[in-house]
Design a protein around this ligand. Structure first.
Ligand code: DGY
Length: 332
């Protein structure tokens, strides 16, 4: 029997052909309101789901009694209830590695844009307000040689450290669950407690996943430890930060600037106070959004799903517990 895949993300023709060779595909397109209703209608037939950016909670997945695998076109897995998936033996896969370098590029774009006030000054030119040589009122601050602080030294954190250390001669400090000697050696990096990192770093970059443990981890107390010259960068998830506390830190000049690719609620409300502040560079969750990387992520997600539906252990399995549980055909 051919398996049914519900697809709620656009695929390139080549990947669509690849998927259709192995399964019947029900296409939902992007998850707008109509899409959600169509997704609900398609779920009772689904053996596999492929997409991203929808919170797939128990209420939704209970509609899919035949579901075997969910293939997320993302590295982040905060849209999924792992306990629920494990209980039902539904495999979850993600797309790590292929987006690491591109997401680190986005992080560095935000570092440069905030420090050198690129967006603000480019708008000056665009608006015909460049009438004389720039004076101190419009000067930015240097990036090279400043201390780069990375919170969450995973793959993306390491790729940021590489750019900072080798490209910009930045001393690197980091905070993670535990010290990482190999990283320290490679980037001459120093492990810090969270508080010490917040006090010391010029650029404080969040690259952590959103979990129950990290939600709201950076709030009023943490912003109070930063310095007026600190620049805060978030390329992880908006909910790791208390956004009201961030706004207040910016408004009270507790920190110099913020470069934000992610927000508590996305898309960001156009009336957000963040958008009234010249020292905020806000981008639309574009961390991995290049043609090459999005195609690579989609390819990875398609291959993960094909393996899962064929009863093979997918390369990027997130929940081995579900794999063990599924059936006796699976090897432990
Ligand atoms: C990811 O892959 O998790 C990116 O943040 C896109 O959601």
């Amino acid at each position: 029997m051919r398996k049914q895949v519900v697809l709620y993300k656009k695929l390139s023709p080549a990947l669509m052909t690849r998927l259709q060779e192995r399964a019947d595909v029900i296409v939902i397109d992007e998850p707008n309101r109509d899409g959600l209703a169509r997704l609900r209608a398609a779920l009772p037939h689904a053996h596999g789901l492929l997409g991203a950016s929808i919170k797939l909670d128990a209420g939704l997945l209970d509609l899919a009694p035949h579901l075997e695998a969910v293939s997320s076109v993302s590295v982040g897995i905060d849209n999924y209830d792992l306990e629920y998936l494990d209980q039902r033996g539904i495999l979850l896969t993600n797309t790590p590695d292929v987006l690491t370098e591109t997401t680190a590029d986005t992080g560095f774009a935000l570092i440069l844009a905030t420090a050198r006030r690129v967006v603000e000054l480019a708008n000056l030119v665009r608006n015909g307000q460049w009438t004389s040589n720039l004076g101190p009122l419009h000067f930015g601050c240097d990036v090279h040689g400043k201390t780069l602080g990375i919170i969450g030294m995973g793959r993306i954190g390491e790729a940021l450290a590489q750019r900072g250390h080798f490209g910009f001669g930045m001393p690197v400090v980091y905070h993670s669950h535990s010290p990482k000697p190999a990283v320290e050696k490679r980037f001459n990096a120093g492990y810090r407690t969270l508080d010490d990192l917040l006090k010391e770093a010029d650029f404080i970059c969040l690259t952590l996943p959103l979990t129950a443990e990290t939600e709201g981890m950076i709030g009023t107390e943490q912003f109070a430890l930063m310095r007026p010259q600190s620049i805060f960068i978030n390329i992880s998830r908006g909910k790791v930060v208390d956004e009201a506390a961030l706004i207040s830190a910016l408004q009270n000049n507790q920190i110099r600037a913020a470069g934000l690719d992610v927000f508590e609620r996305e898309p960001l409300d156009p009336t957000s106070p963040l958008l009234t502040l010249n020292n905020v560079v806000a981008t639309p969750h574009m961390g991995s959004a290049t043609h090459e990387t999005r195609e690579a992520m989609a390819r990875c997600a398609v291959e993960n799903l094909i393996s899962a539906l064929a009863g093979e252990r997918p390369a990027n399995l997130v929940n081995p517990e579900a794999w063990r549980k599924t059936d006796s055909d699976h090897k432990p």
